[in-house]
Ligand binder design. Structure first.
Ligand SMILES: *Cc1c(COP(=O)(O)O)cnc(C)c1O
Length: 389
């Protein structure tokens, strides 16, 4: 049989055809009225997509570039920062903050779990300059409660800036950036917005702009004040990823199109879509006898699944690709071989979800030798779907 390649990875995710066409047609120079119109339109759409009155900036880099920018622009060497870490991306915050000379207080949760808010409160010090956290820790497919963390900061009268890596949180979970007081919220192109890797975007609050006036860490390419100045004129400071920006505009049009042209409503539809695909997948996998890796705070962005003791999750990854052309993700770092991860963020639907569960039934039976009856996982997912209004 044919095997169509299909990505089920939490970045890059499947591309939206309309975005691909827009990218192919984006043969324009970046210092022209044509580009300025495109850039201004997309920056406006991003504000609506993020759901904020704050400035939203675009950077030509993968998501980590915006993470770096939110350390280099907001801190000075010796500043005390708090990192909430429960996986590989939390550990990236630690490494970044240390690279820029910050004094890092670290609060961890075990992989597959989220933070205890009492511990967050206790970890906040009077001189904590900034708190860095993920909205969803993609390496473990765990959701952190950004609203509750923001409220904890407020209740403690903390002056710390709140910086959220929402690279897989955007489009899979609700945020109220302005009401909660999120100072920086970061997204990436290769996640829920259905375009290739290479663009990062971030919202920046007034408090964060003010902090930049006194922060001393070095920055050049990722100088957010320079980007803001250019963005006001409809341009970027350096040569932008013109094609990706055109693709992103088309993808945001598509998201708005899910709700009659209203992007804020379309974002809700995108979130619900991911949540529904995730709920179907979790039910299907549990019915097949798998154990969810993050049962207490599962992300809608992706689902992480443990394989039984003594088995290798890499075999599932390999066989799904070899037999069905479906690309899923292994665990990262020490979780490699122990878990596999299936994405739901962006351009996934009912058909994608059911088909993957069908394929996983075959892999569970033939590769992992689990006592699987065909239809078991699919039936559980069907029940979840049927109960949706
Ligand atoms: C994908 C991802 C990133 C960004 O990684 P890049 O490889 O730099 O795009 C950061 N944080 C999370 C939670 C992610 O899922």
């Amino acid at each position: 049989m044919f095997r169509k390649t299909r990505l089920y990875t939490p970045g890059p995710t499947p591309l939206l055809p309309a975005a691909q066409f827009a990218m192919a047609a984006a043969d324009i120079h970046h210092r022209t009225a044509e580009f300025r119109a495109l850039y201004t339109k997309v920056l406006g759409q991003l504000k609506e997509f993020v759901g904020t009155k704050n400035d939203v900036l675009l950077l030509a880099c993968s998501g980590t570039g915006a993470m770096e920018a939110s350390v280099s622009n907001l801190t000075s060497p010796g500043d005390r920062v708090l990192v909430l870490s429960a996986g590989k991306f939390g550990e990236r915050w630690v490494a970044l903050a240390k690279a820029f000379g910050c004094q890092v207080d670290l609060l961890t949760a075990p992989y597959g779990e989220t933070f205890d808010l009492e511990q967050v409160k206790a970890a906040l010090k009077p001189d904590t300059k900034a708190v860095y956290v993920q909205a969803t820790e993609t390496s473990t497919a765990t959701r952190h409660d950004v609203q509750a963390i923001a409220e904890t900061l407020k209740a403690a009268n903390s002056e710390a800036l709140l910086i959220v890596d929402a690279i897989t949180g955007l489009g899979t979970t609700h945020f109220d950036v302005d009401a909660w007081g999120v100072d920086v919220l970061i997204g990436g192109s290769q996640k829920a917005v259905m375009v290739p890797p290479g663009l990062a975007y971030l919202s920046v609050s007034d408090r964060a702009w003010a902090a930049m006036e006194t922060s001393k860490n070095p920055r050049y390419y990722f100088d957010l004040r320079k980007e803001r100045k250019s963005a006001k004129l409809g341009e970027s400071a350096y040569t932008p990823s013109v094609a990706l920006i055109a693709g992103l505009g088309a993808a945001l049009d598509y998201i708005a199109g899910q709700a009659g042209g209203n992007l804020a409503e379309g974002r809700i539809a995108l979130i619900e879509n991911a949540q529904n695909c995730a709920a179907m997948t979790r039910a299907g996998l549990v019915a097949l006898g798998f154990t969810l890796f993050a049962p207490t705070a599962p992300a809608a962005a992706a689902t992480a699944v443990s394989v039984p003791e003594g088995l290798d999750s890499g075999a599932v990854v390999k066989e799904l690709k070899a037999r069905f052309g479906a690309v899923i993700a292994n665990g990262q770092g020490e979780m490699k071989g122990k878990i596999f991860r299936i994405a739901h963020l962006g351009f996934f639907d009912y058909m994608d979800t059911i088909a993957l569960l069908g394929a996983l039934e075959l892999i569970a039976r033939d590769t992992l030798k689990l006592p699987v009856q065909f239809g078991q996982g699919v039936a559980a997912a069907q029940e979840v779907f049927a109960q949706k209004k």
